[in-house]
Design a protein around this ligand. Structure first.
Ligand code: HEM
Ligand SMILES: Cc1cc2nc3c(=O)[nH]c(=O)nc-3n(C[C@H](O)[C@H](O)[C@H](O)COP(=O)(O)O)c2cc1C
Length: 489
């Protein structure tokens, strides 16, 4: 049996050992293959990495890689009585949650409240990961701002005393509400039960949950959780296409095997965006740990250094083998469409739906808000609204935002950060309360607009004049079928 003293000696690039759940691994050769980059492991070198590792990786990650031979050296168990000496002080501090500080859940009134409550107790690592957005953060700010720039045109004197129906078919699922939970990785950074809280919330309110490729709870456990709830809901599989095609195919095979209802392929992440707050925090940790990793040096002629672990070569042709692997198991949706041109290409590629998103402003800064993209599609390729399912996300904080999207022809809307904040503070109960708040906000607003069913909402219920002034005057119509243009604006 190994001791802490022995492990501590292997704390560098030359020899890097880590302890995870009481087992010691030699990961020296794995460092440069680590999909999260070598620095994240080097920060834990010679230490107990369990607290850093667990919230980010689903159970079984190491075992799978041991089987595949990517990680070769399982050195055996550590003497647990010596383990405390191997924990980093900051990790211990970061994981302490003092829920005493939180406002009682029933007093929360809107989704902003969840954000401010979560901030009180969340670790710095989780906060920068959840909240950060790319570069100048303008895309993120605009996501939120643009919802405020659309006004309603309510109708009066209509009988709105009857029950309000908000049902919508979302990616093949009959959802009770016209929104779903967007994919967001590493939920266990916020709460020990992580993504399970999201799956339970989705089941209890019968809405879909699109889980991330990087779910920190194993997908099979999410499927099990949904089945155990026996209430409703549906699981959708978000796919980041990995660099190796065989890895992508095995993820798709897993999605099929576990009964996920739709394949949501994220197409806005050829490289990972520069989220400065996140990168600054990691650089601070690296600096404190004495880790220096040259990133930008790229000698002329050498292959470019790309950020992240996803395929940077992904292109429209790849949709063919991806769809063959998925084999019509359910709808295929492209997540991250940001222009009318790409919406048209997506339709021509035969996908079932498009998901307008700039990744919560975390990828390309100054990318258009999904609301702008929706208006752009309405202006240049309005027929797509009839032929494609249209989903969107980014900055959605209120039921009124969801209604605005529905008026403009969206099938449904998704929310990312708000649910991460809800689970961080309050676990499953927080997720359920967030869904209730949105549902309540929508119901009241629908009655005040003079409708009781989503199908009654049309473009005439919103005034988008301000945003329309900012639409591009022309788009590149060389690729698509320009003959179909007959503007809805
Ligand atoms: C063997 C010990 C391992 C340790 C100590 C470790 C540690 C970490 C840490 C601390 C992070 C967080 C990065 C950050 O926030 O800066 C991370 C990220 C990541 N790790 Fe590991 N890891 C290990 C093995 C693996 C394996 C076997 C895989 C295989 C898939 C993997 C995949 C990833 C991915 C994809 C991320 C990035 C997640 C994201 O950015 O959303 N890791 N790892
Ligand atoms: C913490 C976090 C993690 C995310 N992880 C993923 C992911 O794994 N896959 C993905 O397609 N999108 C991911 N996203 C983007 C969301 O799916 C969604 O597009 C975005 O959060 C919507 O913006 P909102 O946070 O303003 O609602 C992530 C977003 C956040 C905030």
């Amino acid at each position: 049996m190994l001791t802490a003293e022995e492990v501590r000696k292997h704390d560098s690039r030359r020899s890097c050992w880590v302890v995870i759940s009481g087992e010691v691994y030699d990961v020296t050769e794995f460092l440069n293959q680590h999909p999260g980059g070598p620095a994240s492991i080097l920060r834990c070198a010679g230490r107990d990495a369990t607290e850093e590792y667990e919230p980010v990786h689903p159970p079984g990650t190491i075992e799978t890689h041991l089987d595949k031979g990517t990680i070769e050296k399982h050195l055996g168990p550590i003497d647990v009585t010596t383990l405390d000496a191997l924990k980093a002080a900051d990790v211990v501090a970061q994981t302490s949650r003092d829920s005493e500080e939180l406002a009682p859940l029933p007093t929360l009134q809107n989704l902003d409240d969840f954000e401010s409550e979560a901030r009180k107790i969340v670790s710095k690592k989780a906060w920068v990961y959840f909240s950060s957005s790319a570069d100048s953060t303008t895309a993120h700010a605009r996501n939120r701002l643009d919802w405020t720039r659309v006004n309603f045109r309510p109708r009066i004197l209509r009988n709105v005393g009857k029950p309000v129906s908000m049902r919508r078919r979302i990616m093949g699922h009959d959802s009770s509400l016209p929104f779903f939970i967007a994919p967001a990785a590493q939920a266990r950074l916020g709460h020990p039960e992580g993504e399970l809280c999201l799956a339970r919330g989705a089941a209890r309110y019968n809405i879909p949950y699109c889980s991330s490729t990087y779910s920190s709870i194993a997908h099979k456990d999410l499927a099990k959780c949904l089945a155990e709830e026996r209430k409703g809901g549906a699981l959708l599989w978000q796919l980041y296409v990995p660099i190796a095609t065989e890895n992508a195919k095995s993820l798709i095979a897993e999605a099929k095997k576990l009964g996920f209802k739709a394949l949501v392929i994220t197409v806005d992440s050829a490289v990972i965006g520069r989220r400065e707050e996140d990168d600054r925090y990691k650089a601070e940790l690296d600096h404190a740990a004495g880790i220096e990793l040259a990133r930008s040096a790229n000698p002329a002629g050498a292959a470019p250094i790309l950020r992240g672990a996803h395929s940077s070569t992904l292109n429209w042709d790849d949709l063919t083998w991806i769809r063959q692997a998925w084999n019509d198991t359910g709808p295929v949706i492209l997540k991250g469409i940001q222009t009318a041109e790409d919406a048209l290409l997506a339709a021509e590629a035969g996908v079932d739906g498009i998901y307008l998103s700039n990744h919560g402003g975390r990828q390309l800064d100054y990318a258009p808000s999904s609301l702008q993209t929706l208006l752009e599609i309405r202006k240049f390729y309005p027929h797509l609204l009839e032929t494609l399912e249209i989903y969107l996300d980014g900055g959605v904080m209120r039921g009124t935002d969801i209604l605005k999207a529905i008026c403009l022809g969206a099938t449904a809307v998704a929310l990312g950060r708000p649910f991460m904040y809800a689970l961080t503070g309050y676990g499953t109960a927080g997720v359920c309360k967030a869904i209730e708040i949105l549902s309540d906000q929508m119901e009241t607003s629908m009655r005040l607009m003079g409708v009781t069913e989503l199908s009654q909402l049309t473009e005439f219920y919103v005034n988008t004049a301000i945003l329309e002034q900012e639409l591009p005057r022309r788009i590149d119509q060389r690729d698509g079928n320009a003959g179909k243009v007959s503007s809805k604006l």
